[in-house]
Design a protein around this ligand. Structure first.
Ligand SMILES: Nc1ncnc2c1ncn2[C@@H]1O[C@H](COP(=O)(O)OP(=O)(O)OP(=O)(O)O)[C@@H](O)[C@H]1O
Ligand SMILES: [Mg+2]
Length: 251
């Protein structure tokens, strides 16, 4: 379980997160919603160690992870995807996924990795088998040998997810996995999230796509201007007046 306790993140005078607390339980899909700029990505950045919190504490299974480096947190079992869909364009799909066994989404590391000889204990064929296994599971195996630069936007998002899943993390943070996608691809994202959960990985999903999110999430946290304004099941969230106001007030 991930516990966020009183986390604040300030950028100068801007309070992107204000004393936010909530828990994310294992074994279910947790959604995070909120209008633009409400602090969702900042929360992911704080959890994964890409940003230092201004105050507050974050625990993974009672181990404090606040202040740990991004690679340490990644090694403890929290992986993520990025809103902008980062992949190494000059590597193939399967190579991008292989890089996920080590890295945590940093392209410079993946790039270096394929330019140095692999250690004996981590033979390329073993890595490739692992990556192919994940690609098959996610129905992406046909694209294994395509260049990442050749992929369309939605495919890039799917491969990004495969790269994050390949190390079998405890928790996978997905930042807008369906952004820029049409309804069919968005449904596929929803199915993918369920599949990830069935692999024993707990997905945490930030999405503007309410239909998809309400369909997959079992618990939802609502952020607004850096405040945690509500927490509940999708059914509860959809009829809460504070949530409706947060959305209507900004549109
Ligand atoms: N590195 C940064 N430096 C300064 N301000 C930042 C930084 N990152 C985020 N912010 C600001 O913090 C606030 C929250 O941003 P954040 O990206 O977390 O929102 P979000 O909920 O993910 O929004 P969106 O739905 O548009 O992705 C915004 O006002 C944003 O401009
Ligand atoms: Mg964001």
């Amino acid at each position: 379980m991930l516990s966020i306790k009183g986390v604040s993140k300030h950028f100068g005078g801007l309070k992107a997160l204000k004393n936010v607390s909530f828990d994310i339980a294992d074994g279910r899909v947790h959604g995070i919603i909120g209008p633009n700029g409400s602090g969702k990505t900042t929360m992911f950045n704080c959890i994964t160690g890409l940003l230092e919190v201004t105050s507050g504490n974050i625990y993974l299974d009672d181990v404090e992870i606040t202040g740990k480096k991004a690679h340490e947190i990644s090694n403890l079992g929290i992986r993520r995807t990025f809103q902008q869909g980062k992949l190494v364009p000059s590597l193939t799909v399967v190579e991008n996924v292989m890089s996920g066994i080590f890295d945590y989404g940093r392209n410079d590391i993946a790039d270096t990795f394929f330019r140095v000889p692999l250690k004996e204990s981590k033979k390329e064929s073993v890595l490739k088998d692992k990556a192919m296994e994940i690609l098959e599971l996610l129905d992406l195996e046909k694209s294994a040998d395509r260049w990442a630069y050749d992929l369309v936007w939605a495919e890039r998002q799917f491969v990004q997810i495969a790269r994050a899943v390949v190390s079998k993390p405890k928790m996978l943070l997905l930042d807008e996995p369906a952004s820029g996608m049409g309804p069919i691809e968005t449904d596929q994202v929803g199915e993918l999230i369920k599949k990830i959960k069935s692999m024993g990985i707990s997905p945490v999903v930030v999405s503007h796509d309410m239909k998809m999110l309400m369909n997959v999430a079992e618990m939802v946290t609502v952020l607004n201007f850096g405040d945690n304004i509500f927490e509940g099941t999708p059914a509860e969230v959809q009829k809460d007046p504070r949530v409706l106001e947060a959305y209507l007030g900004t549109e």
